[in-house]
Structures are given as C-alpha cells and as structure tokens.
Design a protein around this ligand. Structure first.
Ligand code: FAD
Length: 331
C-alpha cells in the first residue's frame, strides 16, 4: 500500500516521516518546491499562551505539541545529523494601557503556564521600552524553532526512509489513499468540495541582523511579536490580510510593521529591516485545523493550521499517522 501526500510543507513532511517510520510507503508531491510556502515564511514561535484564548480540543493539542517539541526535534536531529535552531526561551507579553492590562489578567486555558512580572522584570528579560509598560506576564515554557531548519531535516529524514519527494508535481484530484496537506490551496483539489474551505491569510515579517542573544525571549504586544534566531537574526511580525493570494511583500505593510518594531524595541529595532518577506497562512472555514479522515473515504485531511502550523506539526503527524495505520491495518 502506498500513501500519497499532497503538499511538502511542515505538515505533509511530518506526516510522511511518521508514516515511513511505521513502514508505510509514501510519495510526497508538491505543486512547487519543498517547504516553499507558509512553512518557509513562518516565524517559528511555539507559543500557545499567545494564540489560544479559550478551552478547546485544539488548545489542549497545542499544549501537548509544545510539550512534545523537544523530543520531536531531538529525534529528527538524531535521524539526520542536521542542526535545528530550537530553544525554550520563554515569552513576555506586555500591556501598555489599562485596557491591555485587563486582557492580560483574563483567565488562561488550563495547562498554559503564566507568571506575573513587573515592568522592571520585563526589562530584565528583554530590551523593551520599560517606561511604557503597564503590566507584563511571563510564559516560561514557550519556545522558538526555525521552520526552515525543521523542513530541511524532515525532508532529509523522509528521504533516508525511502520516501519519494516529487517537486513541481501538483495533485489535481483526491485519489486515495492520500493525505491532503496542501495548506491554503487544499480546496483547489477536485473532490474537496464537501470539506471545510481553505483560504490564505497573508502575513508579513521583518528581519533584522542583530547581536547574538540581544533578545533572549519572545516579546509580544497586541498583534505584534519579536523573536530571535540563535545567530541574532531578529524577526518582527505580523499582520493579517485574508483572501490575498499574492505572497509578494507590500511596502506599505512593511512600513507599518517597522514603525511598530521601533516603538516596541527601540534599542534593538529602531532602523530599516534587513529583510522583508510574506507568506500565506492556511485558514479554513472550520475556524480550526482540519485534521481528520474524510467520512467513508481513504482520504485524510491535514490543513487549516492558520497561525500555528509549526507548533502543531508533531501532534498533527501523530494523529494522522495513527489513523492511517489503524485504517490500513484493518483494511
Ligand atoms: C507570516 C507568518 C508567520 C507565521 N508564524 C508562525 C509561528 O510563529 N508559529 C507557528 O506555529 N506557525 C506560524 N505560521 C503558520 C505556519 O507557517 C503555517 O501554519 C504552516 O506552515 C502550515 O504548514 P502547511 O504544511 O499546512 O502549509 P504550507 O507550508 O503552505 O505547505 C503546503 C504545501 O502544499 C503545496 N500544494 C498546494 N497545492 C498543492 C497541490 N494541488 N498538489 C501538491 N502540492 C500542493 C504547496 O506548494 C505547499 O508547499 C506563520 C505563517 C506566516 C505566513
């Protein structure tokens, strides 16, 4: 039995790896190149505290995925010998006025670890504009990973187990056994009409070459966030433009983001960015990731991870691989 995976982003590659480890023959087909879309563009925050506001199945899965991440990265590193920039660096969430402070005080879903810190404490963790801070919270378990490292290692681990990865080879229709892991494009595949519709949500990121370790944790304020790679490259984001299919960066959006970056981290980001890029987050009309078997068919759906596909890759791969193996085993 051979399983086709439509999409070589972090979701398709993670599923392919888990399936191949369980002895399933896998072909991954991508309409473009490996990890050329959202999984290339993503910032790589592993931060359920900033993203999941209420109790739900996906909040629980996000917390599980964060807890599994270290082991996932270690297994991948052992399998490939490739370096992955992954660090449990914590996240600092800031409020600059009374309204934002109220939002910080709201109850968090169970399992999200959060601690109170003073403005002075926040300044100790990161080079933020301390005088502007009204309140701050610290999320000690949150982490960052470089999604490009992840995808390169996943592709390497897949190939080492015999997975065939075909680039420039679009899947036109659902023909099982198959996994539709085609991100924002999932609904363009024939046979997907009954499934929740996928759509793009364009987002920009700015990159600044900074001194190593000049921003240890993730910093977030409202819709904005900053994080740093191990080599000091600092990423600031982001915005959301639903239903825009063009991933070319827009200069006006970049200018707005750069202003926000210099207001939040004036000692670090008060200058023009060195790089600007954009990507298409995979939204879905389900309002949450679509990770399930199509009723009565040997087609599995794995798309719609929106702002959290890097975080949710380990748990998505675990769920889909287990479902496929048990279904094929029964068949
Ligand atoms: C600006 C920005 C910041 C982000 N920050 C974070 C973050 O900090 N943390 C986090 O967890 N997530 C983040 N995300 C979201 C994350 O990047 C995505 O949720 C994740 O990459 C989705 O992975 P995917 O594999 O489903 O989609 P993609 O990476 O888009 O992969 C889908 C693949 O399917 C291919 N494809 C499409 N149609 C077909 C077809 N017919 N046949 C074959 N192949 C096809 C595409 O070419 C593509 O390679 C961010 C995204 C953006 C844009």
């Amino acid at each position: 039995m051979q399983v086709t995976i439509a999409g070589a982003g972090i979701i398709g590659l993670s599923i392919a790896w888990r399936l191949a480890q369980r002895g399933v023959r896998v072909v991954v087909r991508d309409k473009g190149r490996v990890a050329g879309e959202a999984s290339w563009a993503g910032a790589g925050m592993l931060a359920p505290g900033g993203e999941f506001r209420s109790e739900s199945r996906w909040t629980r899965l996000a917390i599980e995925s964060l807890a599994e991440y270290g082991a996932f990265v270690e297994e991948l590193t052992m399998a490939t010998g490739m370096r992955i920039d992954y660090r449990v660096c914590g996240a600092l969430e800031l409020a600059m006025d009374e309204e934002e402070k109220k939002a910080l005080d709201r109850p968090r879903p169970e399992g999200i670890v959060v601690e109170e810190v003073t403005a002075a404490g926040a300044g100790y963790f990161a080079p933020v504009a301390k005088d502007a801070i009204r309140a701050a919270r610290w999320f000690p378990n949150e982490a960052v990973v470089d999604p490009r490292d992840m995808c390169a290692a996943l592709a390497g681990a897949c190939r080492a187990l015999g997975v065939e990865i075909r680039e420039n080879d679009a899947v036109a229709r659902c023909e099982g056994p198959a996994v539709i892991a085609s991100g924002a494009w999932a609904s363009q595949i024939a046979g997907m009409e009954a499934a929740p519709r996928s759509f793009p949500v364009k987002g920009h990121l700015l990159g600044y070459r900074c001194k190593k370790e000049s921003l240890p944790p993730i910093v977030r304020h409202g819709h904005h966030y900053a994080l740093q790679r191990e080599n000091g490259f600092t990423i600031f984001g982001s915005d959301e433009r639903p239903d825009v299919w063009d991933s070319t960066p827009d200069p006006e959006s970049a200018r707005h983001l750069a202003e926000a970056a210099s207001a939040l981290l004036p000692r670090l980001l008060d200058r023009a960015p060195d790089e600007v890029w954009a990507g298409l987050r995979p939204g879905s009309t389900a309002g949450e990731p679509v990770v399930e078997q199509m009723p009565g068919k040997d087609i599995w759906l794995a798309y719609g991870h929106f702002r959290n596909g890097i975080l949710l890759a380990p748990v998505t791969a675990r769920l889909i691989a287990a479902s496929i193996v048990s279904s094929l085993g029964r068949g």
